[in-house]
Design a protein around this ligand. Structure first.
Ligand code: MN3
Length: 202
């Protein structure tokens, strides 16, 4: 039993003009696919074969199986990324998510400022995240393939800041890409569905 590349939750051109069909064609069809294929190759006939992806990530993280970890984490992160964006995204969060962002960051605008700082401040390749950690919402960035899943943190949203995510559309303007994500693409409903009650977690 091997891992499968998940379909995009929308058409290749659904995020235009913010993310081009060409970017998604390469990002999903080449990059994400390659992580899944390399993972399948790396776990074939090993104790990892047949495990859920999250289990592969946490087990590989606690060992020195760097190749398994990197490809498993990238496979997971990209599947999470596609859902963190939506053709109907952007605008303002509502309800419990809005309240939680205001409680943890002062305001939704300040959350956007902090998220942009994390995304643009990540040196080299990596990811920016909104996570839930011990009952609090936090913004973090991770290097390369690293993922909150490996650190017992619960991701609510992510943005890929590897150059392959934005270079065709934004060249070196990572800040412009992050602004577009926050203004036009961010899938608040997905984040809200990932938010577990802060009261229950406290
Ligand atoms: Mn990527």
């Amino acid at each position: 039993m091997s891992m499968k590349l998940p379909d995009l939750p929308y058409e290749l051109n659904a995020l235009e003009p913010h993310v081009s069909a060409r970017t998604l064609e390469y990002h999903h069809g080449k990059h994400h696919r390659a992580y899944v294929e390399k993972l399948n190759k790396a776990i074939e006939n090993t104790a990892y074969e047949g495990l859920p992806l999250e289990s592969i990530i946490t087990r590989a993280h606690s060992t020195t199986h760097t190749n398994v970890f990197n490809n498993a984490a990238q496979a997971w992160n990209h599947a999470f990324l596609w859902n963190s964006m939506s053709p109907d995204g952007g605008g303002e969060p509502e309800g419990a998510l809005k309240e939680a962002l205001e409680a943890n960051f002062g305001s939704v605008d300040n959350f956007r400022t902090v998220f942009k700082q994390a995304a643009t401040g990540q040196f080299g390749s990596g990811w920016a995240w909104l996570i839930q950690d011990k009952g609090e919402l936090k913004v973090i960035s991770t290097d390369n393939a690293d993922t909150p899943v490996a650190h017992n943190q619960k991701p609510l949203l992510t943005l890929d800041v590897w150059e392959h995510a934005y270079y065709l559309d934004y060249q070196n303007d990572r800040g412009g890409y992050v602004d577009t994500f926050l203004e036009n693409l961010v899938n608040w409903e997905f984040a809200a569905s990932n938010l577990t009650s802060l009261k229950a977690a406290a």
